[in-house]
Write a protein that binds this ligand. Structure first.
Ligand SMILES: C=C(O[C@H]1C=CC=C(C(=O)O)[C@@H]1O)C(=O)O
Ligand SMILES: [Mg+2]
Length: 466
């Protein structure tokens, strides 16, 4: 048995400064001129270091850029972290004064943030600033959708100061959107000194152990991950990494969230759940193979993947779990019988989209709680897989593979699974990659699969052109 050290076990450390508790949330949203949100982030983020976030969905093209923090919600209690956050958020909204005439999802007061993968895993200092849930109500937020841009300002103020604060914020908006947009700015290119993969030999032994256990017991699948440390002489700025991800991975969900001097950033192809009114979307993404520059060879790889028993099994377990998790919350659900291929620039996956109509009482936090972790990140059965992950990985995944995303004051929102990601910490970065182990897994092949999954983030961090 291993000794698990738990993070602070206090039940509720959802933060709110005492002197702010009698202040009201004033939120107003206005339409602004059309601006490129990536350039907006790039130009303004340096003034809001440690207090920014970025989100882009490839699906509807929605971009959110948060600058400054009006309130942060950090939760270090393992129990009830989803429900607790939802309660505090609803309470905040209950007394809020919201001036938002726009129906556009992702405008108005909104929470953006992420949950750690496993609150019961060992804890590393590396992830400490993110706790087991870290969410921001931003001070300024740009929402870009379908060619329209909106700025939302969230202020916690005493009623008598509201008007002056609003006038001041209006001026600040003008400045934010008039900063020169850095379209042509040339970044000093970052320089990677070295990279080290964390104990590959031990990881392979763990993979063998887990595969044997899967063969011998009722455990069907376990996702084991490993990490890589990068050391830079001149580290890239988060906005550079994001710019690279934007150009290299246009079809993935791109995200970044800062806490203090650390920034968690990535480009994930995997949605956990999206809620738009009562319509919900989820997806199973599991089962992987590489890509080939030659279109014919690439097609062959895809054919191999979509007919491969091992990968189909790895995938089907995820579909099954998602169906079971969503069923009690849905009036109806559509789940295709067979997966299709989803191709990212470096990897192709088996993909099954899931669509449903939620019962009206269902919230996005409830859905996230029910779905996380799917067997694309955890395993089957979930509890046993999590125990094995704790025992065999012996590391803190932090936000890697956890749910990250947003919800607006109307209850719309989207959470993805934060894979293909890394944590930037001064002149270091830590990248994570995992793979689904089933009875037919070959440890050497799984090692190759994780190496392939490091690739996109490595390229984005190095800034290498394709
Ligand atoms: C755990 C990861 O990928 C998951 C998502 C898609 C395919 C997977 C696979 O084929 O093993 C993994 O389940 C990761 O990229 O770190
Ligand atoms: Mg796999």
């Amino acid at each position: 048995m291993i000794n698990l050290t738990f993070r602070d076990k206090q039940l509720n450390i959802l933060s709110q400064d005492k002197d702010q508790s009698n202040k009201t949330l004033f939120s107003f949203t206005k339409k602004v001129k059309n601006i490129n949100p990536a350039f907006f982030y790039e130009s303004n983020r340096p003034h809001y270091k440690g207090k920014s976030f970025f989100w882009k969905s490839p699906d509807d093209g929605l971009v959110l850029v948060g600058l400054g923090i009006t309130r942060s919600f950090i939760n270090n209690s393992a129990e009830e972290r989803f429900g607790q956050l939802e309660r505090v958020w609803k309470k905040q909204l209950g007394s809020a004064m919201i001036d938002n005439p726009f129906e556009t999802p992702g405008t108005g007061p909104l929470l953006f943030g992420g949950f750690s993968f496993d609150p019961y895993s060992i804890k590393e200092e590396l992830w400490q600033p993110f706790g087991d849930a870290l969410f921001y109500l931003p001070k300024f937020m740009l929402t870009a959708l379908n060619g329209d841009c909106f700025m939302t300002v969230n202020l916690l103020e005493n009623k008598e100061h509201e008007e002056a604060a609003r006038l001041h914020a209006e001026k600040e908006i003008e400045e934010l959107i008039s900063h020169p947009m850095n379209e042509n700015e040339h970044h000093a290119s970052s320089s990677l000194l070295y990279k080290e993969e964390h104990s590959v030999g031990e990881w392979l032994t763990s993979v063998r152990d887990v595969v044997n256990l899967i063969k011998e017991t009722k455990v069907e699948k376990v996702v084991l991950s490993r990490k890589m440390r990068l050391v830079f002489s001149n580290p890239p700025a988060p906005e550079e990494v994001l710019q690279n991800l934007n150009s290299q991975q246009p079809n993935s969900f791109i995200f970044a969230i800062e806490s203090g001097e650390r920034c968690f950033v990535g480009a994930s192809p995997e949605r956990l759940v999206k809620k738009s009114g009562n319509t919900i979307f989820s997806a199973s993404l599991a089962g992987s193979i590489g890509r080939n520059k030659d279109p014919e060879e690439d097609l062959k790889l895809g054919q191999t993947l979509i007919t491969d028993e091992k990968n189909l099994h790895e995938h089907a377990l995820v579909v099954e779990m998602i169906k079971n998790a969503l069923a009690p919350h849905c009036k109806s659900m559509e789940v295709p019988k067979h997966p299709e291929l989803l191709k990212t620039p470096y990897i192709q996956h088996l993909y099954t989209p899931v669509k449903g109509t939620a019962k009206s009482s269902t919230s996005i936090f409830q859905l996230v709680e029910k779905l996380h972790p799917t067997p694309a990140l955890g395993g089957v059965p979930t509890d046993k897989a999590l125990e094995l992950i704790r025992e065999k990985e012996m590391m803190d995944r932090g936000l890697y593979a956890g749910p990250i995303g947003w919800t607006d004051f109307r209850g719309n929102g989207e959470f993805i699974v934060a894979i293909r990601s890394g944590l930037m910490k001064q002149d270091e970065a830590y990248l994570y990659a995992g793979c689904g182990l089933v009875a037919d897994s070959n440890p050497e092949e799984e090692l190759k699969e994780t190496s392939m999954k490091f690739e996109p983030m490595l390229l984005a961090m190095e800034g290498t052109e394709e």
